[in-house]
Write a protein that binds this ligand. Structure first.
Ligand SMILES: N[C@@H](CCC(=O)N[C@@H](CS)C(=O)NCC(=O)O)C(=O)O
Length: 338
């Protein structure tokens, strides 16, 4: 009896207690036939439903890529719209299988909430938007200004740090919902709207007169936005993480939705491994060896999702910047598939 207890304790301390739960999420997802993905209520370019209730955005594409890897069907995904405050509980309670929602990877979120971040789909930073007519040119001129902010975010915390560090008076108007924040700013209840600078660009693109608003030059934080999963299921974590890496690796190797079938005949060993022509890289994840082929065929590579959702030719208009591949001067980098 005592021996059994000791071995349970040892197994638990080694993390083997998770073994029973190892395949649980993938099995559950396969059984229900879709991935349940937690997203924002609507940040254009990241995740937003269109008029026919079809979700689009770079974070939506990530969820579609996951569905493509598992089901060879990029539509085998359902979306749950979550506020900033709801998102972590929804993930840890199992209401969603993955959270892909303008969410900054921070240490406390990664280590204290029972969730694990898998990578950074979008390197961002916090900025400030003001009305052009107010003539403000720097965030350092914002002492005492009324600032609209969404609660339960890093935004709140960073702004507090920034104002304290610069000896400025911090005066916020806080809302739970993004739409309320934007409306309050538009209605003139606040002088300033602050959030991730990509979301500022996204919201500004929806204003009646975008040019009446400017984004100040200061970026006051690091906001690595990425998907996260419940902790304790290594297989699911690996699937989520390598889905992100596959998007990057495909771009790096020049494999896109347009040429992936042709690339099946490539002589490049790295492309052969990526597409499952050689090696067994899907099987250890519980997936078909064509898992990455399916992602690329149905969703595209990282550049494709970036360009169609947030790139310079979209209303959001964001250059690749930090989100360029490491080989193009950015910091997006995937470990090799081998
Ligand atoms: N990245 C920050 C901010 C996240 C956040 O909630 N951002 C707002 C603006 S980008 C948002 O997504 N709102 C959408 C909503 O509430 O539906 C965090 O993780 O705390």
């Amino acid at each position: 009896m005592q021996k059994a207890l000791v071995s349970i304790a040892v197994a638990a301390s080694l993390g083997l207690g998770a073994t029973a739960a190892q395949a649980a999420i993938l099995d559950d997802v396969k059984a229900k036939g879709y991935v349940q993905c937690g997203v924002t209520g609507g940040v254009a370019g990241f995740s937003a439903p269109d008029s026919s209730n079809v979700w689009t955005g770079i974070e939506v594409d990530y969820c579609r890529a996951l569905a493509a890897a598992i089901f060879n069907d990029a539509d085998a995904v359902r979306f749950t719209s979550l506020t900033s405050q709801e998102r972590f509980t929804a993930l840890s309670a199992g209401e969603v299988d993955v959270l892909s929602r303008t969410t900054t990877w921070t240490m406390s979120r990664d280590t204290q909430l029972g969730i694990s971040f898998v990578g950074t789909m979008f390197y961002d930073g916090q900025g400030f938007m003001v009305r052009e007519e107010d003539g403000i040119e720097s965030a350092l001129d914002l002492s005492g200004a009324a600032i609209c902010i969404e609660s339960g975010t890093t935004t709140e915390l960073n702004a507090a740090d920034y104002f304290a560090t610069n000896g400025m008076e911090f005066n916020t108007v806080v809302f739970v919902d993004q739409d309320e924040v934007v409306k309050a700013y538009e209605d003139g209840r606040c002088d300033v709207y602050t959030t991730d600078s990509s979301a500022l660009a996204s919201e500004r693109s929806k204003f009646a007169d975008p040019d009446a608003h400017i984004i100040l030059p200061e970026i006051i934080s690091k906001e690595p936005l990425g998907p996260s999963v419940r902790s304790g299921d290594t297989q699911w974590f690996n699937i989520a993480r390598w889905t992100y890496f596959a998007l990057l690796e495909a771009e790096e190797l020049g494999v896109s939705s347009a040429n992936v079938d042709e690339q099946l005949g490539s002589d490049n060993p790295a492309i052969k491994r990526l597409l499952g022509v050689e090696g067994e890289f899907g099987a250890p994840l519980g997936l078909d060896n064509a898992w990455a082929y399916q992602i690329i065929k149905l969703v595209g590579n990282y550049a494709e999702t970036y360009e169609r959702n947030v790139g310079p030719d979209t209303p959001i208009g964001l250059e690749r910047g930090l989100n360029a591949l490491w080989s193009d001067g950015g910091i997006q980098y995937a470990p090799p598939i081998r």
